[in-house]
Design a protein around this ligand. Structure first.
Ligand code: AMP
Length: 308
């Protein structure tokens, strides 16, 4: 089993969907990634920052699931990162209403010494210079580095983002962001352009339409499980990334063939995340439920055509 370093926001989120509205609840990229990766019982550590307003019980939810939080700095007189979003009726698109960086503005990440030799590094959504700072602290070249980002950072820190993208192995990004980053509408062409920026593997997440994995001229597609009800898509992308990274950390095999399984795990875990508001579903998720859904996934895509 490999050690996993997880970088990303630990946040307060306020969410509005056609099904309801929440006040400030637990959120953040590192939170969703950590909860998702914890399904694999890997040795993981989160690197992030919160303010003095952040409840200890939220941090305990991570430690309870074996996510080490020595690298989560608490700025006593600071305010936690806050994000608020509103989903449209189709749930596939959302508007960001508020992004308050707060303690993120002056954050200098410190990777706990015991995790500086981690084999897998998951650079979740956060300022690209923080992502870069974490990479630079690794004392041994990681076996695999994965990066996730969003339009917010493309809009305000594109050069820094390109710098960190040039140093990583896998990028996970949603379809709109892939188009924005590459300037290409076709996702096949977008993946090609993004390959040229550095990453050997490009994963494009397409929400309810699944995910694509590209490696040179090879391509793999995993659908998303069609669900009768989607309550809140927040965190689905991070949950996907956490499942992808957690599975690879657990198996230790980073071949393209095995990455296909990682994409399936990512999609499976994301399908749970959207069933309830915020982190609620991920907090109650049991391994047996994951196994049953993986079986459903298999049945959804398996067919037997004879090719003559
Ligand atoms: P996702 O739905 O997977 O794209 O991620 C939603 C999570 O990302 C929320 O819990 C937010 O707290 C977090 N988030 C939103 N904006 C940012 C940002 N600019 N940087 C880092 N994390 C963010």
């Amino acid at each position: 089993m490999s050690k996993l370093v997880i970088v990303g926001t630990v946040a307060f989120d306020a969410i509005e969907t056609p099904f309801g509205k929440t006040d400030k609840i637990l959120g953040g990229a590192a939170t969703y990634i950590g909860l998702s990766a914890s399904q694999f019982n890997v040795d993981s550590a989160a690197v992030s920052v919160v303010g003095g307003d952040f409840p200890q019980e939220y941090l305990d939810l991570l430690t309870d699931r074996n996510v080490n939080i020595d690298g989560v700095e608490i700025v006593k007189d600071g305010k936690t990162f806050f994000w608020s979003g509103k989903y449209h009726n189709d749930m596939n698109s959302r508007d960001t209403l508020v992004t308050e960086l707060n303690v993120l503005e002056t954050f200098n990440p410190v990777v706990p010494v015991a995790y500086r030799d981690a084999e897998i590094v998951m650079l979740g959504n956060l300022h690209p210079l923080v992502q870069l700072g974490v990479l630079e602290q690794m004392t041994k070249k990681p076996k695999l580095t994965i990066l996730d980002t969003m339009d917010f950072w493309m809009n305000i820190a594109l050069d820094d983002l390109k710098k960190v993208i040039s140093k990583i192995d896998v990028i996970t990004i949603n379809d709109e962001e892939a188009r924005q980053l590459s300037g290409e509408y076709s996702l096949v062409n977008a993946a090609k352009k993004i390959h040229e920026m550095g990453p050997k593997y490009v994963v494009i997440k397409k929400g309810e339409h699944g995910a694509l994995l590209f490696h040179n001229n090879d391509m793999f597609y995993a659908p998303a499980l069609p669900l009768a009800e989607v309550f809140d898509p927040t965190g689905a992308g991070d949950t996907f990334a956490g499942g992808f990274a957690g599975y690879l950390a657990k198996s230790g095999n980073i071949s393209f063939e095995n990455m296909k399984n990682a994409v399936i795990y990512g999609s499976t875990l994301a399908s749970f995340c959207v069933e309830k508001f915020g982190t609620e579903r991920m907090l109650s998720l049991k391994p047996e439920e994951v196994k049953t859904r993986l079986q459903q996934f298999k049945e959804l895509t398996q067919f037997d055509i004879e090719l003559k």
